[in-house]
Design a protein around this ligand. Structure first.
Ligand SMILES: *[C@@H]1O[C@H](CO)[C@@H](O)[C@H](O)[C@H]1NC(C)=O
Ligand SMILES: *[C@@H]1O[C@H](CO)[C@@H](O)[C@H](O)[C@H]1NC(C)=O
Ligand SMILES: *[C@@H]1O[C@H](CO)[C@@H](O)[C@H](O)[C@H]1NC(C)=O
Ligand SMILES: *[C@@H]1O[C@H](CO)[C@@H](O)[C@H](O)[C@H]1NC(C)=O
Ligand SMILES: *[C@@H]1O[C@H](CO)[C@@H](O)[C@H](O)[C@H]1NC(C)=O
Length: 489
């Protein structure tokens, strides 16, 4: 068995169990989510309107398979910190990526995309600039910067923080390599001589083009405690469906949970990154603020390597229905019924709740929730709400937890995204009924009522043989079962 000792570091002391703690961060909540639903509906309308209006009809088939993946070397687990520009605007930067994708507007190409979060009030009032340092060039270059949103944010220590990508574009010199970028606000420029003053320099990352795969997975921030059995099941199912690499960013992770991520990291199927918190707060809201920054970090880091990116959380999964067994079969089937062709299409899947209060098949092993939980609410979540997606990194500039928010300019007027009919696949969401908590905000029925209307769904049973075969070794290696007796649990 692979030894995990030594990899498990107690990075985030003591504060794992502060689930109930009150702190100074507040979420924005629901009103904003309604806005997204509206946007999603609008997107749908625009898509339909553009259906007969696209240039992509004659493009070559959309989807290529790259099953032959070179064995890559396993990198050690990285711990990521936030950069804090020393400016009057409170700002936390996660990373900066060089973006020369052919699908972005030539007028803004190449760009440096700077991913982070900042005080919304200041961002809306101030002008921002970037200072770019080039390799072999003595003087840095100051240029204006555009602000784009990747989230709706929340309140922390008396300020409203929001998640952003700051866009430094187009980069003035392309013959030289941009190696660092700094973010400064107007107050800083007024008070300091930027050419001689020190500023926090963020390394510019160049996304790798090696080891391309057809499907990668990006998961929003993961924190505290998750059921280790459910992680093993989730990872093994995604492997069956053809995902070649999963990215988990963990913060304040329970050691038992983290052991599973470290195990799969060592196997090469999963890239685990430890995230330090941006602000010294222990509640859930500062962790939630880190969600879309890590998703965008994942997309930009892998934009030349992943043909498609599956964006889901660890309590849900996009499952191919009917007799389809893999994501590539799923995409092929959808494409067959979708005209016109598009070289970089994105897919939004409907959400359906497999609430844990619904009946379960207790004859199935306890370690495989998806085989036990074979009933779901009859009613699907309305189109555009709680949708989860398979996105295309060539078509997306800003990704959000549910779908791509900002489309690459070249594709803005094409049928870049579709709502997938539920016969192809759905986002299966496994959790306790949460309707009572959000009843008024979302006009949801109380759980007591909602749970009365459910239906049997054997979809997961077609994966049963392979799933049971594949979870055995990881569960044994992780000492989560004794003697390989999956059925005894
Ligand atoms: C931040 O900037 C201020 C004013 O320019 C300066 O006095 C201070 O030393 C800087 N702090 C750091 C940590 O660089
Ligand atoms: C971590 O998770 C395990 C298993 O769920 C649990 O038994 C343990 O109490 C958790 N540890 C902390 C510090 O919360
Ligand atoms: C973070 O907050 C905790 C609790 O409020 C405090 O004890 C600690 O000193 C703070 N750490 C930093 C680096 O500010
Ligand atoms: C429950 O699981 C058992 C054991 O696999 C199986 O024989 C039975 O048909 C299942 N029941 C349902 C309703 O799927
Ligand atoms: C149950 O859900 C279905 C599908 O949405 C709906 O047609 C039906 O009216 C619901 N039945 C009850 C009793 O609410």
């Amino acid at each position: 068995m692979y030894s995990l000792e030594g990899h498990v570091m107690a990075l985030q002391p003591a504060s794992l169990t502060k689930l109930g703690i009150r702190n100074s961060c507040k979420g924005l909540g629901f009103c904003v989510r309604f806005r997204f639903m509206f946007l999603a509906a609008l997107l749908g309308v625009v898509c339909v309107a553009l259906l007969y209006n696209s240039n992509f009809t004659k493009d070559k088939p959309v989807f290529m398979r790259r099953e032959q993946v070179k064995k890559k070397s396993i990198q050690p687990v990285v711990t990521k910190q936030w950069f804090m520009p020393n400016i009057t605007t409170e700002m936390y930067i996660l990373s900066a990526y060089y973006d020369d994708r052919p699908t972005i507007d030539p007028k803004t190409r190449p760009a440096i995309r700077i991913i982070g979060m900042a005080d919304k009030n200041k961002v809306e009032k101030e002008k921002f600039s970037c200072i770019v340092t080039f390799e072999g060039l003595k003087n840095s270059i100051l240029q204006p910067m555009a602000v784009t949103e990747i989230g709706t944010g929340g309140g922390c220590h008396g300020k409203h923080f929001r998640e952003y990508i700051f866009v430094c574009a187009p980069i003035k010199f392309t013959a030289k390599k941009a190696i660092f970028v700094s973010v400064v606000d107007q107050t800083y420029l007024n008070q300091n001589n930027w050419e001689s003053h020190e500023h926090v320099r963020i390394p510019v990352r160049y996304p790798s083009r090696e080891n391309k795969v057809d499907f990668g997975s990006c998961v929003s921030i993961t924190f505290w405690t998750l059921d280790p059995y459910r992680i093993v099941e989730w990872v093994e199912l995604h492997k069956l469906w053809g995902v070649k690499e999963i990215n988990i960013y963990g913060s304040m992770m329970n050691e038992t949970t983290e052991r599973v991520f470290l195990y799969y990291h060592q196997q090469g199927i999963l890239t685990y990154t430890r995230m330090l918190r941006s602000m010294n707060e222990s509640g859930e809201l500062v962790l939630n603020l880190m969600g879309t920054p890590v998703l965008n970090d994942c997309m930009y880091r892998n934009m030349y390597r992943y043909e498609k990116i599956v964006v889901t959380d660890l309590d849900e999964m996009i499952v191919p229905r009917g007799n389809m067994m893999t994501y590539s079969e799923l995409i092929d089937a959808i494409e067959k019924e979708t005209k016109p062709r598009h070289p970089h299409r994105m897919y939004n899947f409907r959400n359906v709740y497999y609430f844990s209060e619904l009946p379960q098949n207790t004859s199935e092993p306890q370690v495989t929730l998806t085989l036990r939980q074979i009933y779901h609410l009859r009613e699907l979540t309305p189109v555009g709400t709680s949708t989860k997606s398979i996105i295309d990194p060539m078509a997306c500039r800003n990704v959000h937890n549910h779908y791509c928010w900002k489309i690459a300019e070249t594709f803005e007027k094409t049928r870049h995204s579709i709502h997938v009919h539920e016969k192809f696949g759905m986002n299966q969401h496994y959790k306790k009924c949460h309707f009572d908590k959000y009843a008024t905000a979302y006009h949801l029925p109380p759980c007591k009522e909602a749970l009365k209307n459910y239906t049997y769904d054997p979809t997961m049973l077609k994966f049963k043989t392979n799933l049971l075969r594949n979870i055995e070794k990881p569960l044994k290696d992780l000492q989560l079962i004794k003697g390989g007796q999956i059925y005894h649990f």
